[in-house]
Ligand binder design. Structure first.
Ligand code: ADP
Ligand code: ZN
Length: 734
């Protein structure tokens, strides 16, 4: 049965708004407005005293007196949401057990969606000449002639010329400057897929051909594009983008937020002759609105974006690339808990698009999908040009006798010194922000913790504060121990990136040392700018956290020292080994990118640990096979299904009671053979003053887990401030 595509004025329609209504699906009945409205139209509707944005979702369901149903206020001036996106939102909501209105919010995250583009005045050189030339007037005309025929706003032009706006107005009156009306949303320049790209190697060309052919099929398919860092994966998938653009379809490239660099955009611009649209958290509201509207009008060919770009209203999406597909930042851990990589595959399968998952170190999930034949596989084995993979070696820390406040071994120190003499860069990597992870009173042994969370405070010497990495609370470094009151005995224990920077400065006094950590820089933009300067040679020794592992090129880097290779192996996370393996490979991949071979040294106390050995041997296939076997035996993802349940609230007793209630009434789960574990205090048992309790559900792969979970939690009364969140396929277990 096909749904009507248009609703005449006055008939009953269901509108999905961005506001959750209790636990229902969220669509409410309204009367179609004057002139009717299309299925999928964006509309504004009344809800109590408020006005909300909504989407016409289908025929009305209720059995009401039509005269009493409130009418839609107006239809917004935006292309209706396509069937493809509506069904994507519905299926993503069902998969993640998210109320549909919250899903719709992700797809409407731009202000003033439906407003027609405003007009604004712009100024360019006119035909006339001023009657009298003053110095100020000459500056304005010079600025304009510098830019040929470009037009500027009044403010821009005045600022560029260093004059007041009245000077420009004066020139307008004389005809020397022309004032025009222009729509606020400037169109995006056309990208040209037929500009010559780089000459590809044989391997790369074969890969590009395979992807272009897949895109040409105009059907769904996923390809895992695997290749060591520097093998040219980007070059290859840009050819898939070119193929999509040639056939008039839109393309989306998803990147982890931090990898969305000027360097990357410049590369895309070089390939296609113009800048693509860029969607990220730093984009201004006006910019977001412009992209959202133009993507919906089919006027944007290519979007480069962070994970939420997946919810843009593409008209004709032919390709989604997920670069660094293993990156944990694709999983949104707050609000709607979704994994953008998996949702990209879902969206593509609905709209008949191709997906390319690119990585040097794929997730075990994607590796297993490729093994099982669900994904096509594409491998680039060699690095481009003369660069080779770095040599990897372990430094056995048991044989080094370092004082307790030092972390750089003698072997590593010598290697750095050698690089300094050669004028090459070294990277010392530690995956810990701040100065020291523990602040301890030497008199009583007290460790300073957060008042609101179950976490230690981390000293950030740069900020001169102790900071909670869970909730962000901070306080000044105490002079007196908060527990015993003794003065001057507070001590830093353990290394963080700042402290390592201090040690390096002492060991290499002549070197230029740059410490890179997200919290040393005000903004992602400032950090990216800093990384680019360093890549160009502004530092000799780079001290960094995992930020530097994400896709930056350091052409002069030939040594990577991993300070604590064991750090990721601790803890109870089922993906600990996988994460460590990926991170170490990525970090090592930073070295020796161009003509000089690199060396990666890993300081470890467990050189015979299987993960460390697999990394050193560079034997990926062996690592994945062994890891897959263990997970399969344990029945955990990707060979089994898991869901996390997080209950939180201000009253610890109430939160546990709710957890116990769920655990006891698990009939709905048992009916499908699923097991529930817990309740247990979450590893971080308190965040922002809320107590957290977790349950973990495990089931076999084939089980319809979502419906069982929904039936299971539905009867739980959520009294007071008690909250329940369900995390399907949990990535982190905090
Ligand atoms: P990856 O995405 O696999 O890390 P890139 O596509 O970024 O690899 O390639 C690494 C470097 O090598 C880049 O600077 C890229 O421009 C260069 N490169 C790769 N392939 C070619 C090619 N065929 N011709 C010229 N330069 C290339
Ligand atoms: Zn805290």
């Amino acid at each position: 049965m096909s749904e009507p595509q248009f609703f005449d004025e006055g008939c009953l329609i269901a509108v999905l708004t961005t506001q959750a209504m209790g636990r229902g699906s969220g669509a409410l009945d309204y009367r179609a407005p004057e002139g009717g409205c299309a299925l999928g139209a964006f509309v504004e509707v009344p809800l109590g005293p408020r006005k909300l944005v909504g989407v016409v979702w289908g025929p009305g369901q209720g059995d009401y007196d039509l005269a009493k149903v409130r009418p839609v206020y107006r239809v917004l001036d935006a292309a209706p949401m396509r069937e493809e996106l509506r069904s994507f939102l519905a299926r993503a909501a069902a998969y993640t057990l998210t109320p549909l209105p919250a899903m719709l919010r992700l797809a409407t995250r731009a202000p003033g969606l439906g407003d027609p583009p405003g007009m604004r005045k712009i100024y360019r050189r006119g035909a006339g000449e001023p009657d009298k030339m003053t110095a100020a007037r000459a500056k304005v005309l010079a600025a304009l002639s510098d830019y040929g025929d470009l037009a500027f706003t009044l403010k821009e032009l005045a600022e560029m010329s260093g004059v007041g706006t009245s000077v420009v107005k004066g020139l307008v009156a004389q005809g020397a400057v022309r004032e025009e009306e222009s729509p606020r949303d400037l169109p995006y320049p056309r990208l040209d897929p037929d500009l010559p790209g780089k000459a590809l190697t044989q391997d790369q060309a074969a890969g590009a051909g395979q992807l272009a052919e897949a895109v040409g099929s105009e059907a769904y398919g996923t390809t895992l594009l695997r290749g060591v860092t520097g093998s040219g994966k980007t070059e290859v998938y840009l050819e898939a983008v070119a193929a999509a653009l040639r056939s008039g379809r839109q393309a989306l490239v998803l990147l982890p937020e931090i990898a969305l660099t000027v360097e990357f955009l410049t590369r895309v611009e070089a390939r296609f002759g113009a800048r693509p649209a860029e969607w990220h958290s730093g984009a201004t509201m006006t910019e977001r609105r412009r992209i959202w509207r133009m993507v919906g009008a089919g006027d944007v060919q290519l979007v480069i974006g962070a994970r939420s770009a997946l919810f843009l209203p593409f008209q004709n999406l032919g390709l989604i690339v997920v670069d660094e597909e293993h990156d944990t930042s694709y999983k949104q851990e707050e609000g709607v808990l979704y994994n953008a990589r998996d949702m990209a595959v879902l969206r593509a399968s609905i709209c008949g698009a191709q997906v390319v998952l690119a990585s040097a170190t794929p997730s075990l999930e994607s590796w297993a999908n490729a093994q099982a034949g669900r994904y096509a596989r594409l491998e680039l084995t060699a690095r481009f040009g003369p660069a080779v993979m770095p040599q990897m070696r372990a430094i056995d820390m048991r044989a080094e006798s370092l004082p307790s406040d030092r972390w750089i071994s003698g072997v590593l120190q010598q290697e750095v010194t050698k690089r300094l003499e050669l004028g090459e860069q070294s990277l010392l990597f530690i995956n810990r922000r701040g100065y020291a992870p523990i602040t301890l009173c030497r008199a009583c042994g007290h460790q300073v913790g957060c008042d609101h969370c179950d976490a230690r405070l981390v000293e950030h010497r740069f900020l001169k504060r102790l900071v909670c990495h869970q909730c962000g609370e901070s306080k000044p470094m105490p002079e007196l121990c908060p527990s015993c009151g003794v003065e001057g005995r507070m001590a830093a224990v353990g290394p963080g990136v700042e402290r390592l920077g201090e040690e390096a400065t002492a060991l290499f006094p002549e070197a230029r040392i740059a410490t890179l950590s997200s919290d040393l820089y005000g903004s992602a933009r400032a950090l990216k700018a800093q990384i680019e300067e360093i890549a160009e040679g502004a530092a000799d020794v780079i001290i960094g956290t995992q930020l530097v592992a994400k896709g930056h090129n350091f052409p002069n880097l030939t040594l990577v020292g991993v300070i604590d290779a064991d750090l990721g192996l601790q803890g109870s996370d089922l993906r600990a080994a996988e994460r460590t393996f990926q991170l170490m490979r990525q970090v090592a991949g930073r070295a020796g990118r161009v003509e000089r071979p690199g060396v990666a040294l890993m300081q470890t106390y467990q050189p015979e640990h299987p993960v460390i050995r697999a990394i050193l041997a560079g034997d990926e296939e062996r690592f994945w096979t062994a890891e897959a076997r263990e997970r399969e035996a344990a029945g955990v993802p990707p060979y089994g299904r898991m869901a996390g349940i997080i209950l939180s609230g201000g009253d610890v007793g109430q939160v546990f009671d709710a957890g116990n209630l769920l655990a006891r009434h698990d009939g709905a789960l048992r009916a499908v053979g699923a097991q529930v574990f817990g309740p247990a205090p979450a590893p971080i048992a308190r965040v922002r003053g809320r107590h957290r309790v977790r349950l973990l559900v495990k089931a076999e792969k084939s089980v319809p887990l979502q419906s069982a979970l929904a039936a299971w939690v539905a009867p739980l009364p959520l009294k007071g401030d008690l909250r329940l969140a369900i995390d399907i396929d949990p990535q982190s277990f905090y």
